[in-house]
Design a protein around this ligand. Structure first.
Ligand code: BG6
Length: 472
């Protein structure tokens, strides 16, 4: 048995990490623009440091990024050369509604994406479009406080309606929010939330989460009304949690971490708030701000498919070891190697994640991000021999094939992060590269922006050509 011949092979990018042109053709300023490179970045992304304006003391990598805005034809042509069946990308909200609460959309922004979709169609590439990949117009943050304000739902609704109507017939696959669960880690990046001094963070986060969940269901409803052929998906940061030992305490901790991570997708996929979450809210004195109609909306507008990013797995321990090494999410796994940025490499974990998520939701799945961030070296002759990337992707594609061919998981497609080098969301670096295509730009904005093919470019081309049969 092999993969279905319609399996969607491709790659994924996000507007804020590649487009640049932050103030061209009427685009408004967004939260993603004010994320600086350097030591303030994390605190700003977490909503712990308020930096709402651009200043001269910082470098802001998203402002120009890799200038996809002016290179999109060249870039899509390269994707087509690899034989892409699907290209995942996102809309910059503030290109369409520069302030978020504008009466009318910005035609130049709409035109830009229409041209991209047409360019994709030219090469028979199916666009898979994320409505918002971490971005939110700054005006909505300053004026309304971002997603903690219920008004945000109607602004998002307007955006979604505009997109579905305008691109009817051009775009079939949509995702409502990128990595919706990441709100718990990066509230400013995900939801435009910068915490007030005495604000109850937990309440603010889950209030914003409720608004995003309602907005997501509303978008799903509108999409299906406008075009019943549209397939709408949710999107989670999908690493799984291993118990550190078989001690039931650790096993239970892994279960709790899984609950926390899956909560958003449980709602989007099943249509109701899970009991484990309602009980926790009760204990925390949090009342979900349900308004009349919310429950029905969630119930009646669940997603058509479940998508997720997969980079690594995590270790859950009931009692944190005092000497063990700590990573961003939990403890280090001694059985796994790590990338230069400390991300644990676990191909079998991807097969486990596919099985877990499929068992949990019984809906078609889509892996919409997977890849290795590495520091590539350009040789004297201009070649880039990224065998480590090929090895990473090969082992993960093997695992996904096992999940489909042996375990029977229903998988629509696979898009690597990212087919072309772009700005890292976490660090703002360019030197954390993921692409098959190299972009000449460094961490400080120097470089010609010229594109060149890495060794992995030719390898992935062959993988797609053979529908995943030839991985050598
Ligand atoms: C995902 C995001 O979390 O991981 C992407 O959806 C991001 O936007 C990707 O770029 C890789 O993370 P990083 O920090 O290496 O860019």
């Amino acid at each position: 048995m092999s993969l279905n011949e319609n399996f969607l092979w491709g790659g994924a990018t996000a507007a804020n990490q590649c487009e640049g042109a932050y103030n061209e053709d009427g685009r408004g300023l967004a939260n993603v623009d004010v994320l600086p490179y350097g030591e303030d970045r994390l605190a700003v992304a977490k909503g712990l440091k308020k930096m709402y304006e651009l200043d001269d003391a910082h470098y802001y990598p998203a402002l120009e990024a890799i200038d996809f805005y002016h290179h999109y034809k060249e870039d899509i042509k390269l994707l087509a050369e690899m034989g892409f069946k699907v290209y995942r990308m996102s809309i910059a909200w503030s290109r369409i509604y520069p302030n978020g609460d504008d009466e009318e959309p910005n035609e130049a922004g709409l035109q830009f994406y229409e041209e991209i979709f047409k360019e994709c169609k030219k090469y028979n590439i199916e666009p898979l479009v994320t409505i918002t990949h971490f971005d939110c117009p700054m005006n909505l943050i300053k004026k309304y406080g971002g997603w903690r304000n219920r008004k945000q739902i109607s602004f998002y609704e307007k955006l979604a309606r505009t997109l579905f109507s305008r691109y009817k017939g051009l775009v079939k696959y949509w995702l409502t929010f990128n990595e919706i669960n990441v709100i718990l880690l990066f509230p400013f990046l995900n939801a435009g939330i910068c915490f007030g001094e005495d604000e109850n963070k937990y309440h603010a986060l889950y209030t914003a989460a409720h608004h995003e969940l309602v907005a997501s269901a509303l978008a799903t409803k509108i999409a299906h009304e406008i075009d019943p052929d549209i397939m709408i998906g949710c999107m989670m940061a999908g690493g799984i949690y291993y118990p550190k030992t078989c001690n039931p305490q650790d096993v239970f901790k892994a279960r709790q971490d899984t609950h926390k991570n899956c909560f958003f997708i449980d709602v989007q996929s099943r249509g109701t708030y899970p009991n484990y979450a309602l009980k926790e809210f009760e204990r925390k004195g949090f009342k979900v701000p349900f308004e009349p109609g919310d429950e029905e909306l969630l119930k009646n507008n669940t997603v058509d498919f479940v998508s997720f990013s997969y980079y690594q797995t995590h270790v859950s321990a009931a009692v944190e070891s005092s000497d063990g090494e700590k990573l961003l999410h939990g403890e280090a796994n001694p059985y796994l190697s790590r990338s230069k940025w400390g991300w644990q490499i676990d191909p079998l974990g991807m097969r486990i994640a596919l099985n877990d998520i499929y068992d949990r939701y019984q809906k078609p799945l889509f892996i919409v991000e997977n890849g290795l961030g590495a520091a590539d070296v350009v040789e004297k002759d201009g070649s880039i021999n990224d065998d480590y990337r090929i090895e990473y992707l090969r082992s993960h594609i093997k695992a996904l094939k096992d999940a489909v061919e042996i375990d029977g998981v229903d998988l629509l497609g696979y898009t690597t992060w990212a087919p072309i080098d772009l700005v890292s969301a976490g660090t703002g670096e360019m030197s954390k590269r993921y692409g098959f295509v190299y972009v000449d730009r460094d961490d400080h904005g120097n470089g010609t922006l010229s594109r060149s093919r890495k060794k992995s470019f030719y390898w992935y081309k062959k993988v797609i050509e053979t529908n995943g049969e030839d991985l050598d």
